[in-house]
Design a protein around this ligand. Structure first.
Ligand code: ADP
Ligand code: MG
Length: 338
């Protein structure tokens, strides 16, 4: 069952709205910040519009102002000048409490309260909102399921969990009051590569199913390209170097800084962004043609790799039932990059 099905079914059961809150639009307008005692700006005249439901990644080298930018959105850090609007309303027009009720915040290691159980951590906001004990309990159970955690973990303390589990609890806690916006600050950094990749995949799935707006900070450009619909690349001083889709950033780095930051193999990395079922394929060829087959869920990069391995210039593409649904030639892949 999908996470959304779980989510809506159990939401109905608990008598709450069966539809989760949609994403919010964030607009940063000429936002600047300089910490007192420091000469250089942490963020300089940053303007950025993040559309509702978007997965926006802020990426850049250490110290370039990513965390500061994120924390200005939920007012953990005060801005010096400019304005931040959420759904058209300045963040200064509401109380901090009301503002943060609509924003889930996830940091490395989940930022959990060590003296509280998993259930206690996840239920924090619903309890503050005055939900009944029964409703809080139900919500905790559905969030554990949503975050891919076993119900039996509810009474454990954070120290009794793996890093990946702690991060899942942090995400569940951030989603507890169903906020339209999630801010995530390098949440997966402390995890080993396998767990990290799994959590990235699950976050993508949650984003598709819950349609929240996510602003995700990382210094890892590959993580940014994998997760973001849109990527804001920042450079020292919180200066915006480029704001665009992953494909456009790889295809046309706006300047030398971006080109260098993004790194090598841009063409192959662009091909990895597209699955065969997302592109126009040439008509299916007869099985008798004897071409090697590739699944339509494979990326174009994987298809090209297979052509090189099998020394063929074309592949037959098959759908999940194993039926031929098209074909791809080497030239078609190259043409996608134009
Ligand atoms: N509380 C603070 N007081 C003074 N300077 C700070 C503070 N927090 C961050 N800075 C400085 O502001 C700049 C941006 O920091 P930060 O937003 O944490 O960058 P990033 O998250 O991209 O690594 C850095 O030069 C950092 O040293
Ligand atoms: Mg940071």
């Amino acid at each position: 069952m999908t996470a959304l099905a779980v989510f809506s079914r159990s939401s109905r059961r608990s008598g709450r709205s069966s539809k989760s809150a949609r994403g919010a639009e964030i607009r940063l307008e000429h936002v600047s910040k300089r910490y007192s005692g420091s000469k250089a700006a942490a963020v300089s005249d940053l303007s950025l519009t993040i559309e509702a439901g978007e997965f926006c990644v802020l990426v850049g080298p250490s110290g370039c102002g990513k965390t500061t930018t994120l924390r200005m959105i939920n007012r953990l850090t005060a801005l010096d000048s400019g304005e931040i609007m959420i759904d058209g309303r300045s963040t200064l027009m509401t109380t901090v409490t009301e503002l943060r009720r609509g924003i889930g915040y996830v940091i490395q290691e989940g930022g959990l309260f060590p003296h509280m159980t998993v259930a206690g951590n996840i239920g924090t906001v619903p309890r503050l909102l005055g939900w009944s004990r029964g409703d809080v309990k139900k919500r905790v159970a559905e969030l554990l399921e949503l975050a891919g955690l076993d119900l039996s973990l509810a009474e454990r303390y954070p120290a009794e969990l793996s890093g990946g589990q702690r991060q899942r609890v942090g995400l569940a806690r951030a989603l507890a009051a169903d906020p339209p916006l999630l801010l995530m600050d390098e949440p997966f950094n402390a995890l080993d590569p396998v767990v990290r990749e799994r959590l990235q995949d699950e976050l993508l799935r949650l984003h598709r199913e819950l349609a929240k707006t996510i602003v995700f900070v990382t210094h890892d450009v590959d993580e940014a390209i994998k997760l973001g619909n849109r990527i804001a690349i920042l450079r020292q001083g919180g200066v915006l170097a480029q704001y665009d889709t992953p494909d456009s950033i790889l295809a046309r780095p706006a300047n030398e800084f971006v080109r260098e930051f993004v790194g090598e193999n841009r063409a192959l990395r662009r091909l990895a962004l597209r699955r065969l079922d997302q592109i126009d394929l040439a008509p299916a060829v007869k099985a008798a043609a004897g071409l090697p087959t590739v699944s339509s869920s494979a990326t174009v990069r994987e298809a090209v790799s297979l052509m090189i391995e099998t020394e063929t210039k074309a592949l037959s593409v098959v759908d999940e039932n194993g039926e031929a649904c098209g074909s791809i030639r080497f030239d078609d892949a190259a043409r996608l990059l134009r």
